[in-house]
Design a binder for this molecule. Structure first.
Ligand code: ZN
Ligand code: ZN
Ligand code: ZN
Length: 326
């Protein structure tokens, strides 16, 4: 990738966009039009070099919507905002790896931050490489969910809004797709949320499906806010479990963690949350396992409020601790 230059005003110029294979398309001789400072970045608002191209026959023109600095910070495509390595929404990736979005989300700081990030990025592929610690279970999960082959269907023309209303008179000449729209989550997304990986309905769906596939389907009883950890390391303590739990969930407020009840004898622990949302986030993040004190542990949903209040003294053996094996 050619290195981008930043002029004194903090505006960004670049020779070639940072794109995923899908957005680039299957045309080996893709021609791009380039417009310096063509628009302001969808996330940091700084003017940047905008590229526009046709990714293939019958496809719609694509354009870059965020600047290269923002793309590098999150290691995402400048056009679709999906992770460049796994082809997944940032929320899925960051949840799996337990990394936190460092970029400020407030209007005032965004531009300043992006400008200053350029120097830090020098040499590193993205901030993600710099910050993410080894998270083997998380990486395993991403490999499982990754879309590594290009998915050109995503480049198809948008749906014809006139056709949907039964009013399109362009027939075969119409450049848009004549299909009825399916009310899906994608229609409710916005750039900021997708980039920062929060409230992303697509990510939530992917994480939910994965959790269910891994045996961590959220129990119907909404009062259940506990997760049960087993096969803990003999060296684990309530404190070490607590520390690791909170570190693996940067998007969850530490104050939402009600308690960690460690049953040293059976090498199990209950992680009790104050709210259901935090418990579900934890289940999604730990769906493929969680490493605590060097041991890959098992995660299951707790069964009831009663189970969450279990005391070490009452738990004489693993059989006395009830866990859903959903
Ligand atoms: Zn930007
Ligand atoms: Zn893309
Ligand atoms: Zn039409």
């Amino acid at each position: 990738m050619p290195k981008s230059d930043i002029n004194k005003a903090g505006w960004e110029q670049s020779e070639f966009p940072i794109l995923c294979e899908t957005c680039l398309g299957d045309n080996a001789f893709v021609r791009m039009s380039k417009q310096e400072f063509g628009r302001s970045c969808g996330t940091c608002a700084r003017p940047f070099t905008v590229f526009r191209w046709n990714p293939g026959t019958g496809m719609r023109f694509k354009t870059t919507v965020i600047c290269q600095t923002c793309a590098k910070i999150k290691n995402v495509c400048q056009t679709c905002l999906l992770d460049l390595e796994y082809g997944l929404p940032t929320q899925v990736r960051d949840t799996a790896l337990g990394v936190e979005s460092e970029a400020p989300t407030s209007e005032i700081n965004r531009e300043y931050y992006a400008q200053n990030m350029e120097s830090k990025l020098d040499g590193a592929k993205s901030l993600l490489d710099v910050n993410s610690r080894q998270a083997s279970a998380g990486k395993e999960m991403l490999k499982q969910l990754a879309r590594t082959d290009p998915y050109y269907k995503r480049n198809r023309p948008h749906l014809c809004s006139f056709f949907a209303k039964g009013e399109c008179k362009r027939g075969d000449e119409c450049p848009y797709r004549h299909e009825l729209p399916v009310q899906n989550e994608l229609s409710k997304q916005n750039i900021q949320d997708r980039y920062h990986g929060r409230n992303d309905p697509v990510a939530k769906k992917i994480l939910n499906i994965n959790a269910t596939n891994m045996g961590l389907q959220p129990p119907e009883d909404q009062s259940i806010t506990s997760l049960f950890l087993s096969s803990l390391s003999p060296s684990s303590t309530e404190q070490s479990i607590r520390t690791r739990v909170l570190k693996s969930l940067p998007s969850v407020q530490p104050s939402q963690l009600k308690s960690v009840v460690h049953v040293a004898k059976t090498r199990c622990a209950f992680v009790n949350w104050k709210d259901r949302a935090s418990a579900e986030t934890a289940a999604q993040a730990w769906a493929n396992g969680l490493e605590i004190d060097g041991e890959m542990i098992n995660v299951r949903w707790g069964r009831s409020k009663g189970a969450s209040g279990v005391k070490p003294a009452q738990a004489s053996g693993s059989s006395s601790i009830s866990v859903t094996a959903s």
